[in-house]
Design a protein around this ligand. Structure first.
Ligand code: 5AD
Ligand code: SF4
Length: 493
C-alpha cells in the first residue's frame, strides 16, 4: 500500500496553521492512481486543505482504489472496516472512496461500508472539492461516477470520463525531480480479463498543447524526468483537422523543454510498437532506453482467449525490432498466470518466452476474475489457486535469475544516473545528515545505489558499478582521481 499522505512534509506548507481541513489520502494501484491522488490533493490544497499524517489527525479521509485484482479491492474494504469505529466516534469526519473500485462498485460501496460518505469514479475527480463541501453542508451521501460503456452515446460516455490534469503539486510526488504526465485516458483494447476499459472508459488522447504546457509547468517546478502515462501509451493519437499527433511527436515536442533531462513512457501495447517510435527514442538523447511492453502469456491459445490481438510470433517480431533499433534498451513485461484454460504446456510456453526475451524485470500476477469482463462472463476460472501460485513462483524465480545475469553485465561499467534521493535502506537505517546511501536510475531504468550525499539529489551523475543483485546495481560516484587514472597511464606511454 502506497500511503502518500504520510510521505508529505506537511509542516512545510504555508497553510499549515490556517488550514480549516486536514486530508489523509491513501493510494493503491497503478501510476495513474498515484497521479490522480496528486491532482486531488492539489485541488483540495487550493480550497485550504492541508495534509494529515494519519487518519486520527484528519477530518477528510480518502481511499484511492484499484480494481485490477480482487485482492486489491478486499484490502480496501478491510481498511474501510477499520474506520467504522472512527466514524462512530467522530461522525463529522468524511470518508470517501475514489478511483477504479468506486467506479466499478458504485452504490455497493455504501452497502458494504455504510459509514462511507462519498464515492467518486476516476472520470469525475474534479468534482471532489464541491462534493466534500456539499456533504459538510448537510447534503448527505454523494456519488459521482461516469457512464458505463453501454449507457449512452459515444460522445456522452467520453464526456463523462474527464481527465483531471491541469493542477500539479510537487510536494505530493515521491521526489520533486520526477513526475508523471498523463497523455491518454481510458482503454479500447478490451482484453477479456481486464476491468480498465470499464472503470476508465474509452481511450482518449489529451491535446498536445495541454501536454506541452504541463511539461513546461513541471520543468518550472524543477522536475527533471517526465514519464508519460497511458494504458496503451504508444497507441496515443490526437487528431486536429488533418493533423494527427502520435507519441513520437509528443516526445519530440517535450524534448525541447529546457530543464527536462529524461523522458519515459509506460505502458506500451505490443501491436502498436512502431519503428518510427523506436527510432525517435534512439535519436532523442533525453529518452530513456526503457520499454514496458506486457506480453501476458507465451501461448497463442491463451493470448487468443485473452483477446490480446497478437501471437507469440508477433511478439518476437516486435522484440527483434526493438533489438535492431535499440540494442541497449531494457524491456520489461507483465504476465498473468493461471488464466482460464491455461494448461501446463501453455505455461511452459510462457517460460520459453521469458527465457528468450530476457526482460529486465517482469510483473507476474495470478489471474483474478473481474466481474463485468468477457472472461468472467464466458470462461470458467478453472486453474486451481495452488497451481496459479506454483506457476507464479516458478516464473518469478526464472525472471529473477535472468535479471541478475543481465545486471551482472554492468560490473565495471560506468552508468549515468538521475539521482532520486536517499535510498529506502538509508531511510530504514534512520540515516540523517548529508552523507547517506543514495538511489537513482540509469537511462535504461535500472535502480542504482551508492554511498553519496543528499546534495546529489536531482543531478545526473556518473556511477561506476561494482556489484549487482537481481533488482539493484551497487556503485560508487566516479571521483576525479578514478576518472584520471587511465589518462595518466596513457600519458606515461
Ligand atoms: N487478473 C490478474 N492480473 C491482471 N492484470 C490485469 N487484469 C488482471 C486480472 N484480471 C495484470 C496485467 C496487467 C497488469 C497491470 O495487471 O498483467 O498488465
Ligand atoms: Fe490502475 Fe487499472 Fe487498477 Fe484502475 S484498475 S487503478 S487503471 S491498475
Amino acid at each position: 500500500m502506497n500511503s502518500i499522505g504520510s510521505q508529505v512534509h506537511t509542516d512545510q506548507s504555508p497553510q499549515a496553521e490556517a488550514a480549516p481541513h486536514r486530508l489523509y489520502i491513501e493510494t493503491v494501484g497503478c501510476q495513474m492512481n498515484v497521479l490522480d491522488s496528486e491532482m486531488v490533493v492539489a485541488a483540495l490544497r487550493q480550497r485550504g486543505y492541508d495534509l494529515a499524517r494519519s487518519v486520527e489527525q484528519a477530518d477528510t479521509i480518502l481511499f484511492n482504489t484499484c480494481s485490477v485484482r480482487e485482492h486489491a479491492e478486499e484490502k480496501v474494504y478491510a481498511n474501510l472496516a477499520k474506520l467504522k469505529k472512527t466514524k462512530m466516534a467522530h461522525p463529522e469526519k468524511i470518508i470517501g472512496v475514489m478511483g477504479c473500485m468506486a467506479q466499478k462498485d458504485q452504490r455497493l460501496v455504501f452497502q458494504r461500508a455504510p459509514y462511507v460518505d462519498l464515492v467518486v469514479g476516476p472520470g469525475q475527480l474534479h468534482r471532489i472539492p464541491d462534493l466534500l463541501d456539499s456533504i459538510r453542508h448537510g447534503a448527505g451521501k454523494q456519488m459521482a461516477v461516469s457512464l458505463g460503456r453501454r449507457d449512452g452515446s459515444q460522445e456522452a460516455i467520453r464526456r463523462s470520463h474527464e481527465t483531471f490534469d491541469p493542477l500539479r503539486d510537487p510536494t505530493m510526488r515521491p521526489t520533486p525531480y520526477q513526475a508523471y504526465l498523463r497523455i491518454q485516458i481510458g482503454c479500447d483494447k478490451f482484453c477479456t480479463y481486464c476491468v480498465v476499459p470499464m472503470t476508465r472508459g474509452p481511450e482518449q488522447g489529451r491535446p498536445p498543447r495541454e501536454i506541452l504546457e504541463e511539461a513546461r509547468e513541471l520543468a518550472r517546478q524543477g522536475c527533471k524526468e517526465i514519464t508519460f502515462l497511458g494504458q496503451t501509451v504508444n497507441s496515443y493519437r490526437y487528431r486536429e483537422g488533418d493533423r494527427v499527433t502520435r507519441l513520437a511527436d509528443l516526445l519530440e515536442m517535450v524534448h525541447e523543454v529546457d530543464g527536462i533531462e529524461r523522458l519515459k513512457f509506460v505502458t506500451s501495447y505490443p501491436k502498436d510498437m512502431t519503428r518510427r517510435l523506436l527510432e525517435t527514442v534512439r535519436d532523442l538523447p533525453k529518452c530513456s532506453t526503457y520499454l514496458h511492453v506486457p506480453a501476458q502469456s507465451g501461448s497463442d491459445a491463451v493470448l487468443r482467449r485473452m483477446k490480446r490481438g497478437y501471437t507469440v510470433a508477433d511478439y518476437y517480431q516486435m522484440m527483434d525490432l526493438i533489438r535492431d533499433v535499440l540494442p541497449e534498451a531494457a524491456v520489461s513485461s507483465d504476465f498473468i498466470v493461471g488464466f482460464c484454460g491455461e494448461t501446463e504446456d501453455d505455461f511452459q510456453q510462457t517460460v520459453e518466452l521469458v527465457k528468450r526475451c530476457r526482460f529486465k524485470n517482469s510483473f507476474i500476477f495470478k489471474y483474478s476474475v473481474r466481474p463485468g469482463t468477457k472472461a468472467a462472463e464466458l470462461m470458467p476460472d478453472d486453474v486451481p489457486d495452488e497451481v496459479k501460485t506454483r506457476r507464479n513462483n516458478e516464473l518469478l524465480e526464472l525472471q529473477n535469475a535472468i535479471s541478475l545475469e543481465e545486471n551482472l553485465k554492468f560490473l565495471g561499467r560506468r552508468v549515468e544516473v538521475l539521482v532520486e534521493g536517499p535510498s529506502k535502506m538509508s531511510i530504514k537505517r534512520g540515516e540523517t545528515g548529508p552523507v547517506r546511501q543514495m538511489t537513482g536510475r540509469t537511462k535504461c531504468d535500472r535502480i542504482v545505489v551508492w554511498e553519496g550525499n543528499e546534495r546529489q539529489a536531482g543531478q545526473l551523475l556518473p556511477i561506476l558499478i561494482h556489484d549487482a543483485s537481481s533488482h539493484t546495481l551497487f556503485g560508487a560516484v566516479e571521483t576525479v582521481e578514478t576518472q584520471s587514472v587511465p589518462e595518466v597511464i596513457s600519458l606515461r606511454h
